[in-house]
Ligand binder design. Sequence first.
Ligand code: GUN
Length: 289
Amino acid sequence: MTATVIDGKQIAQQTRAEAATGALALRTSTGVIAHLAAVLVGEDPASAVYVRNKRVACENAGFKSTLHRLPASTGQAELLTLVQALNADSDVHGILVQLPLPKGIDTSLILDAILPSKDVDGFHPENVGLMQQGRPRFLPCTPAGVMRMLEVSGIETAGKHAVVIGRSDIVGKPMAALLAQKGADATVTICHSRTRDIGAFCREADILVAALGIPRFVQGDWIKPGAVVIDVGINRVGDKLMGDVDYLPAAEVASAITPVPGGVGPMTIAMLLANTLQAAIKLAGSHGR
Ligand code: GUN
């Protein structure tokens, strides 16, 4: 079998176009311009690229985008003050604090300080709780993007065995929750660094989501014939981007697979726009405009 390639770029383009249409409608009817404020602390080159891509996508969709760039030496109190100022600024609809934050800053403390109604990353505990209860406000962008890809690609999840490798707050945990929730109805196994014989679990997966951040970790012979393989990894190896899955051998066995780059990555940005638009619509409504 040679897998169908799930074209994240194309699905993301569709999602971004919908966000652009929505932003224009909001602007026309209320005068409100959807606005994402991004905060980047330090000099991590990968984070700088991600934030730039997010801002370009915002601007291309007719959103306003502002960047607050702070040196790595920024203290926690200063960052907290900035978040509080963005919370209070009625012109700002979505706040994104790019992770990871430099050592010495308590990430939870910063993320907890973002107003839940502006938390377009879906990382605030209130939004995590709402998602877990099946009444989401903002879904975290990467797992929401994966769900969108599965849906658009006509991939049935109900009754399937989904194996998620990775248990991060950003991807693994919410991914598992979304796959298991009512409506998606998959049976979910979470594997992580302490799991014994991960390959054996992968071989049982109808849907395999790799989100651990180790290049080419998932071997071709771990893939069940006909499985759907979703590769969330973006690992820089030399001058190449590589996923968490050994792509070519996996694509020989899977029925569908996401490439890296051009798979899940573009979806993360597209869902951020969708969340920011949703925040802008809500906040515009609440101000009676
Ligand atoms: N770092 C890696 N992924 C993400 C993300 O989705 N949002 C933020 N804020 N930081 C990240």
